[in-house]
Write a protein that binds this ligand. Sequence first.
Ligand SMILES: Nc1nc2c(c(=O)[nH]1)N[C@H]1C(S)=C(S)[C@@H](COP(=O)(O)OP(=O)(O)OC[C@H]3O[C@@H](n4cnc5c(=O)[nH]c(N)nc54)[C@H](O)[C@@H]3O)O[C@H]1N2
Ligand SMILES: Nc1nc2c(c(=O)[nH]1)N[C@H]1C(S)=C(S)[C@@H](COP(=O)(O)OP(=O)(O)OC[C@H]3O[C@@H](n4cnc5c(=O)[nH]c(N)nc54)[C@H](O)[C@@H]3O)O[C@H]1N2
Ligand code: SF4
Ligand SMILES: [Mo]
Length: 730
Amino acid sequence: MARVEEKTVLCASCDIACQLRAEVTDGRVTKIKSHYNPLLKDNICMKGIYAPKGFAHPDRVLYPLKRKGERGSGEWQRVSWDDAMGEITDRLKKVVDTHGPEALAVSTSQWNTSTESGAGRRFMNLLGSPNWISGVALCAGNTAAVNRMVYGWFPFPDFASSKCIVLFGHNPKRHSWTPIYNSIRKAQQDGAKLIVLDPRRSESAERADIWLPLKAGTDAAMCLGWLNVIIKDELYDKEFVAKWTHGFDEFAARVADFPLERVAEITGCEPEMIAEAARLYATHGPSVIPWTPITDQQRNSTSAIRLHASLRAICGYLDVPGGEGLSGFPKDIIPETVIEGHDLLSDEQKAKQLGSDTHPVFTYRGTAALAAPTRRAWGHEYANIVMGSYMANPSATFRAMADGVPYPVKAFIVLGNNAMMSYANMELIYRGLMNQDLIVAHEHMKTPTAQLADFILPGDSWLERNHMLDGYGWSNVVRTSEKSMEPPGECRGVYEFWRDLAHRFGFGNQFPWKTVEELYTYRLQATGMTWEQFVDTYEMYLPEPKFRKYEENGFATPTGKVELKSTILEDLGFDPLPYWREEPEADPDYPLQLFTGVREDEFFQTGQRFIPELRKRKPDPQMFISAADAEEWQVVDGDWVDVHSKSGKVRLQTSIRDDMPKGLIRVPHGWWKPEMEQGIKGGLSGVWLHSDAQVCPDDDDFLDREQGIPHFKGIPARIVKVADQRAAAE
Ligand SMILES: Nc1nc2c(c(=O)[nH]1)N[C@H]1C(S)=C(S)[C@@H](COP(=O)(O)OP(=O)(O)OC[C@H]3O[C@@H](n4cnc5c(=O)[nH]c(N)nc54)[C@H](O)[C@@H]3O)O[C@H]1N2
Ligand SMILES: Nc1nc2c(c(=O)[nH]1)N[C@H]1C(S)=C(S)[C@@H](COP(=O)(O)OP(=O)(O)OC[C@H]3O[C@@H](n4cnc5c(=O)[nH]c(N)nc54)[C@H](O)[C@@H]3O)O[C@H]1N2
Ligand code: SF4
Ligand SMILES: [Mo]
């Protein structure tokens, strides 16, 4: 008789971390199901369902691999963990001895490697390198850092009790961020209004009470328009503003520069519609503006995010039921940032963090003024929410890797992150990777990034490890995930990697926890439980909700108030008020605009394209275009085209869609073809054909000023139909 049991797990096939149930038959996971808890029921998508297929794929890397021949040769030899770690240590020591510890850069994912529990940063801080980057620089982490500047934490929406939900582009679907999609649908069923701002008639736009089809990249201007209406019509919470905000008069004067006619011209929306949406938001509350990656990825990103924060604050929606909660650290649990040990890194090394001189917002320099206020309000100095504070700037890091400016970076460790395709300016990233003395990739698959490594180390998967997730340091809900099966081959977790490296570097006394479970037990000490007892007792550990917590200790900002006018930005030499930065002058050679995005149901970012059941549903990358543009550019459905920007081109298949506005095309993120030939000579599995990172520029015009993150929403573009259609289709 087969032995069947069920475990509660946290899916890490995307970053929303649904709590699911794994059916285990004779020690192997045979099925993934949604949780029986009615609140979690149906929080599952096809990526979660097919995850076990992916983890059992014959191409998964199961043993440590060492490169044979030149970098990118595509040839590997199997080595033992001990040999791999020994050689990695020797080579990293050599880099550090020659160039200093800052010559190590690390790039990680925020979710699939979060079982490290802060160990990676701890190692780097002990070694002396501040050069840590991640996709969170373009996704939530940077929003968290900017929100901290305004009111000291990154709020989380209370969908269940909200009366009005505003989606700036963000478009959760049945198979994209399923729990958020379910929460929004439920709130709508309970009577909440939905306002959607999207240049495209998205699925969310279809269900909205108000849809504002704004021009791509104009979200900050739109917010200034809303604020203009709200302040002029006195629809804001005057008591809160008087008591709890800093710089309201100057903020209001800036907003007054944006009358609706001006905003209508910038955004392309009707002034009456803009006013109607603003009034609904302000008067039909409590309202929420859930986090959106769209404003994470714009040249006006810092202003747009600050404006969202300011809207929440002045309308009185901060830390109230149905509004947006500022949770603080989890109760009774040592936060991950304490394990990260940012006080172990000297001020001298912190000052070397790449990009912090020009684009400081999420670096040590930009967040320094928050240390004392964060301790006052929340009890700890470092709040690394969504790992988005204390980061180096990605573009500056790749420049240091490629050109040695301002100093060389010569060793790169990449964990659960397909770095080559996951930032802007792929050509620069490639040059940076090719100029390294050591690249280590902790991975499941031979991604284009891993193909350029010296060592590929086999990572475990979320079914094969225990996990205690502290809400990415964002919410104070702690959730647990039980190991459901043994990792195959010699796959190992990221914690083990960092601990092993730390011991080899002589930092063993700072890594006393032999396993990540021991570290969890250490973090849980105030609960009086071991990890084993905790996971047996709790799937979810959450404190009683408390509201208006700022009334006790103020906001975690230098003034203790909501900084509508930022003392931090002022001190850093930036405009302390949110502003609108005009688009660069139009270039007649690139008359279209492209954006990257519209996530695909089947895949998470650059992943999953090797899973046949999913790939069959979406075999090729598609460019969305309106019928009018298609006619003008003489392409028909199914045509292969090269979409060009000034930085490069990407090959895509035409899909004519009536949800697309004229002048704007969609470029999908994350396409490579695992079935194509590996290695540099083979084209790194199609990355030079299909990766969107080729068309994303990172020169000054297309970088946000304060954070230095790239603009993905409105890049000047043109289309060239591929001459040999048959060859392109192969
Ligand atoms: N050019 C461009 N860049 C972007 C974006 C864009 O639109 N365009 N989008 C941005 C956004 S929104 C995000 S969220 C980021 C995402 O960027 P990434 O964090 O790089 O996410 P993925 O592309 O999914 O790559 C994750 C990798 O981890 C591997 N992996 C999966 N699970 C595990 C595990 O448990 N252990 C280990 N060791 N490896 C694992 C997968 O095989 C995969 O190669 O990219 C950002 N970068
Ligand atoms: N199945 C699946 N689900 C996923 C992911 C995945 O890869 N696959 N990725 C996850 C991750 S990491 C993220 S970050 C999210 C991203 O998911 P979403 O937040 O939904 O983002 P996108 O799907 O990229 O784009 C959403 C909408 O933004 C609109 N848009 C484009 N430019 C602009 C603009 O300038 N302003 C405004 N207001 N709207 C604009 C587009 O038309 C599109 O309809 O999805 C998550 N969920
Ligand atoms: S939405 Fe899908 S991929 Fe993401 S955590 Fe939930 S089940 Fe996993
Ligand atoms: Mo993301």
